[in-house]
Design a protein around this ligand. Sequence first.
Ligand code: SF4
Length: 177
Amino acid sequence: MTMSEQSPPQPSSALPSPLGLARQVEQLMKLPQHLCKQRGQCCRVATFKGSLSYEDILALAANPEAEGHESARDFASVFLPYESQAQVSEIAGEFVDKVRTIAQSKGQDPDQITFFKCKYVLADGRCGVHEDRPVGCRMYPFPHKNTIYHPGCGFEQQGQENWAKIDAILSQLGLSI
Ligand code: SF4
């Protein structure tokens, strides 16, 4: 058959399969690591699931049947609680205000939130156990509507863009997370 006998390529009208969409979500969940400015802010001042107290996290970590048990256990293995929110406000006031405001908007008591510092973050912001850091640290930050970024975080813009795409795909599938 000569070139002139070939049919011109037809535009594909097929919609991506659910598996194809799931793969797209998987890719969008991974933010490029080069966006990290390596300031160590997210290791110096962190919360777990936005607003949990230390007691709640320890209870989750101690209960293998509980949803979120493994991530709570990983978190509790590296993070130590600050004594008070006032102490955290002195070093990350804007972040504390954001976390408190979001908790309040969800009907939670912002005074019950515990803030944490990782025991392995070095003075220059690098991770002292980089090769052995927990899974949550390797995955952080997750693009999600509830993710609270530190001011100036290099992941924020890409994280929000990726979340918008993930959310649109989930809507197509009739799902939400
Ligand atoms: S283990 Fe390393 S990456 Fe994880 S919070 Fe601590 S310093 Fe940061």
